[in-house]
Design a protein around this ligand. Structure first.
Ligand SMILES: CC[C@@H](C(=O)O)C(=O)SCCNC(=O)CCNC(=O)[C@H](O)C(C)(C)COP(=O)(O)OP(=O)(O)OC[C@H]1O[C@@H](n2cnc3c(N)ncnc32)[C@H](O)[C@@H]1OP(=O)(O)O
Length: 253
């Protein structure tokens, strides 16, 4: 049986992580979180990597966020914190990898799916998808530290608005906000040919630019902000509004 997170290393220093739960719109289960942590350790120790791409299997979704079945339950704030923290750590480690990272958004994304995208340095997205930080409609807020990352990816004023608005965006809106760098066509794979902008540069060049980028974003401060964000979301987790919203999602069919 194929793993729920596939890890592939290609020539030219390209590494690809593919979330492989297309029937659940690539929602992040606890098993996916644990594999992310394991593969990131391998990536951190590989000095030949030039670029990490994170994508989703299939064409329907990049990632539907946290698996609302696997992650849910009538949890108290401290239990919710323990549940959310491991993925926050994964996102911080992705954001601080010593080489560039790219979210190849092969379809729609919601909630934590956009937090994963925000952890990457760059985002490419397909025209056919739609995208939303919808946590606000679920009685919670970003639970993996993705809000703090979003503030570093687009204009902070816009980030603040997007998080409260909790709306669904088109690829055009993402591009206008500067959240994505390129619109990609459906069915195109993130291979070496598509990624020559990055892979034509040397390992040393790419790692130099990444180090400059990390310096600019003061990552120690980011870490504390992300942990506070998880704690804030954990408090909201036990609210009636959240429990009702999750039940609504699963009873809508
Ligand atoms: C927990 C962390 C928190 C955070 O920190 O941010 C979050 O991420 S909260 C989760 C936020 N995500 C959502 O609210 C998205 C919920 N999903 C959707 O809105 C839609 O599924 C979609 C992504 C817009 C795709 O719509 P569509 O193509 O019509 O698919 P279906 O809705 O029919 O779903 C197919 C299948 O997948 C299951 N599914 C989808 N999303 C999730 C999810 N987040 N968790 C668990 N399961 C999910 C859905 O239940 C269907 O399953 P089956 O009924 O078994 O076919």
């Amino acid at each position: 049986m194929e793993e729920v997170l596939k890890y592939n290393l290609y020539d030219h220093g390209l590494a690809v992580l593919t979330i492989n739960r297309p029937n659940k719109r690539n929602a992040i289960s606890k098993e996916v979180v644990s594999l992310f942590a394991q593969y990131i350790t391998e990536l951190e120790n590989n000095t030949d990597i030039k670029l990490l791409v994170i994508t989703g299997e299939g064409q329907q979704a990049f990632c539907a966020g946290g698996d609302l079945k696997d992650f849910h339950g009538y949890l108290k704030a401290d239990e919710a914190f323990e549940l959310l923290k491991p993925m926050q750590e994964v996102l911080y480690r992705i954001a601080t990898l010593p080489f560039p990272t790219l979210a190849w958004m092969n379809g729609s994304a919601r909630g934590g799916g956009l937090e994963i995208a925000s952890a990457c340095d760059f985002r490419f997205a397909t025209e056919n998808g739609d995208y939303g930080f919808v946590q606000g409609n679920l009685g919670i807020a970003t639970g993996w530290g993705g809000g703090s990352l979003l503030y570093r990816r687009i204009h902070p004023q816009q980030a603040h608005y997007w998080l409260i608005e909790s709306g669904i965006k088109t690829v055009k809106e993402l591009k206008e906000a500067g959240f994505i760098q390129q619109v990609i066509q459906e069915n195109i794979e993130p291979d070496a040919e598509e990624l020559t902008i990055f892979l034509s540069k040397s390992v040393d060049q790419l790692r130099h630019w990444k180090s400059q980028w990390l310096h600019h974003h003061s990552m120690e401060k980011l870490k504390n902000e992300m942990v506070e964000e998880v704690a804030g979301c954990s408090k909201l987790w036990e609210s009636e509004a959240h429990i009702e919203a999750v039940n609504r999602f699963f009873s809508k069919k």
